[in-house]
Design a protein around this ligand. Sequence first.
Ligand code: NA7
Length: 505
Amino acid sequence: MNTQRQNPSVVIIGAGMTGIGLAIKLKLAGINNITLLEKAGSVGGTWRENTYPGVACDVPSHAYTYSFAPNPDWSSFFAPGHEICAYFQSVFDRYALAEHTYFNEEVTRCHYERGRWQVETANDTHFEADFLFSATGFLHRPKYPEIPGLENFAGPKMHSARWDHSVELKRKKIGVIGTGSSATQIIPELIDTENTQVSVFQRTAQWIVHTDNKPYSESDKAKFRAKPSRIERVKNLSLYVFEQGTTALTSQSLFYRTMHKLFAWNAVRHLKQKVKNPELRKKLTPDYTFGCKRVVMNGRFYDAMQKPNAHLVTEKIAKVVPNGIVTADGQHHELDILVMATGFDSTAFMRPISLEGRDGITINDVWRKKMVAYRSMCLPGFPNFFLTLGPNSPVGNYSVIAISEKQADYAIQLINAWQSGALETVEVKRSALDSWYAKLKGKLSHTIWASGCQSWYLDADGDPLTWPDSWKAWTRMMKTCNLDDFEHVSVQAQNDTETYSLAES
Ligand code: NA7
């Protein structure tokens, strides 16, 4: 092994959940020459950016935790956003990542030249590395609604991921556009704020699974500290439930189809128990299959919507005017503040960074026809580049921390193959990507996400950008590398490869 290969240099774009976890996994694997580039002045990614009232994770805290850094101190079953951000900061500190990190360095361009990645930032700083990871997340670029007159609104208006805490909410008429996971967390908080009137503009009713956010007492935390196996138990049980839920959205077996019906029945039962007014209940009842959009996990929204200061508006928004919203029926809804809980551009990934691989090929070239990546991580023409949480990586509502850890392990295997000389460069073959996606596509069309609703899970062609199989199948795929799927494999390595087949799952 030559010296450079013994000590590969790695640049990671983004110090959010994925970037931090990845850097630590690399360090634990003995790869220490790591540079983390973060566009903001602190860590945390989406958890730093989303500070709206009521922000919390929709995955149980102990399951939304790195496997190598369990946390006995979570304050509740579903942790609030600021606590999650503090957790990432504490893990970042514990693993001394500050010495690897440059803050306020927004990456603008990366290109592969002379066998290495050249990385440029908005400050005109230049970095060079053997390997490049994009860890920018996918729920990151706010999506603003395209509504006539939006720019004319005279009062404060803000996206849920860009909350302006200087805006006084008390005694205000507030409009919220959207009823997704973010909106259903914000709305109860706004409704419970002194003397507000809250109009909720719902385009599509959501499937909502009732959750109780039980706080952990000091005694619970002491027990978690004294016996870490208790944390493991809670984590494993939570992940098991999510695993079953995910399989119920993807499997065609009778057992899981029945389970899917049970989940849906339970959500309807919850709606019926909670919402007594038949007219309101009808408006809140989804008209598409359970799980087609990401299932909302929430225990407060239905109660909040029945309070006298809550107003559900289901008429289409016609336009925004300086002092409110006019709906298609001509009604004028007077507003002082407008909240856009309208989600994210989930297909931006690392863009607008200009990413150029071998021979000048750009990410827009390679994704012109279809946004795909081999095992959601590797792209032909982009040697030694890994995309984390790329297309087809969301495994239903499963914990993205667990998903990204598996991706880190997979990339480390390939870096190790490069270090040993089994791979000249880590560059997937076009044919391998095509045949991998062909198998995936066959499964995608049978999933719930392709059953006819609109959601952030879909690409421009209406194909799901999710993983169409179980968590078990995902872990199986990430466990082994088929080096034959990569360019420039040494003869010895060809003899040693293992193959994963989607058909196995
Ligand atoms: P989501 O889940 O994408 O929800 C966005 C919401 O905004 C959803 O209710 C949309 O209605 C609504 N929306 C979007 N554009 C418009 C316009 N133009 N008019 C009316 N309503 C609109 O985003 P979230 O931030 O709630 O959650 C994103 C993820 O973050 C979530 O899944 C968790 O993983 C964390 P639609 O349903 O499209 O009719």
